[in-house]
Design a protein around this ligand. Sequence first.
Ligand code: HEM
Length: 506
Amino acid sequence: MSLLLNNPETMQKASEEIDAIVGTEHILDEVDVTKLSYLQNILNETFRLFPPAPLLLPHESSEDCTISGFHVPRGTMLLVNTWSIHRDTKLWVEPTKFMPERFEGGEGEGYKLLPLRNLRRLAVAEIFSSESLRKSSTVREEEVSCLIRRLLKVSTSGTQNVELRLLFSILASNVVMRVSAGKRCVEEEHAGTKMEKQLFQDFKNKFFPSLAMNICDFIPILRVIGFKGLEKNMKRLHGIRDDFLQNLIDEIRLKLKRTTSLKADEVTDGEERRSVAEILLCLQESEPEFYTDEVIKSTVLMMFVAGTETSAITLEWALTLLLNHPKVMQKVKAEIDEHVGHGRLLNESDIVKLPYLSCVINETLRLYPPAPLLLPHFSSEACNAGGFDIPQGTMLVVNAWTMHRDPKLWEEPNEFKPERFEAGLGEGDGFKYIPFGIGRRVCPGASMGLQIVSLALGVLVQCFEWDKVGTVEDPSHGLGMILSKAKPLEALCSPRRDLITLLSHL
Ligand code: HEM
């Protein structure tokens, strides 16, 4: 009540909601309360700012356990400081401000009320570690083989013009979906059918909201004043995504129950590869308060959204650049022929032996970083960046695109010259080349993204002859927060003669 008295606009908005939903015919009752989402946001925000039990009640660990990386012996008294979690600047935008709107669209229900830093540590240790990456290599190799089979099917009768954007997007989405949730986004049996396009479009609509939604991440005021019915659309989208993700994890939970009652350590130590959702569901058994369904859904969602288009777009740009630079294409091919040969398909363990292929991918990411403005960052304290005083709580947008093409930092910055990466990046060069961001919020999936792109590009060059459809493949890019090619890539493709025998066995 005190907060409402001090915030008359919020009071007004709450009373308008009650008038609209309850009306003046009867006194508001408990059934009405469930329909009053803004009122509930006010309560959530009040609990966040003034939790009645800021230290919760002391808990005693009944057995040895690990909480967020800390070993907690049996019989330890545990105090949870809700007050500081709820006012942590790394978790909340303007945490001391009373803003019930922050809970709109379900935001804050799950992971935001949890220590995100710990979740990130978990992500790095369990999901993106080199061991997890190694275990998921078969997924990437199988999906790349699927792509090759598709290309082979259309091109065995002779050189064919193929549209690659959809194929690359399906490849990346299937890999990320299998790694995160254990199943494909589109099954191979639907390859090339209308059903495939429809299924994939449905997937995209769920996880890649329109430009309007992205714009509001960068210009938050648009959320408050409303932008093209944005608030309504976001709520609708949140509902659709949430149903999809909940069904997905319920399905996995059921499967886990049916098969075995594995414990998390058995799951992570074993050789068998398990999806991220499966690992988290097993951890849920021992730490249900931390690994809630909300946390699991958020983690899987984050992987879909951040991992699929970025990888697919990089692959599309890389092949575009190779088509426009036949000498570079030739050099990549020669490297693969020398180190892998024609007797077997290139696999992930070959990538370290292909430094020039890596240079091509680095140079692609320099010229066309898929997230040219990275993600918006927020200054948790006042600082000075590049000579500018940045007050605490400022939204910072880093323009990686400009840095990657700055003539003070790069020689002939607009030229495609993979050789510039041959000597590796020197100390401090990391700050001028940031396709994955840098620092604490650096992309945790960078290694996985690089593996997807390197493997797919390497195998495409190893198995097929490629050519442009016209004289030059148009390198212009579209508008948006994600730097995709303006015109989807089409190319002429035919199987390499030397590899016909190998390809016929795929
Ligand atoms: C070539 C492929 C990729 C590129 C270029 C890329 C790039 C980026 C960039 C620029 C950011 C923001 C960093 C910042 O603002 O400082 C980011 C964040 C993120 N990326 Fe990637 N990414 C790629 C692949 C992946 C993959 C495959 C995954 C997981 C499956 C992934 C998961 C994430 C996540 C979860 C975040 C958010 C991290 C946070 O907020 O702390 N990315 N990525």
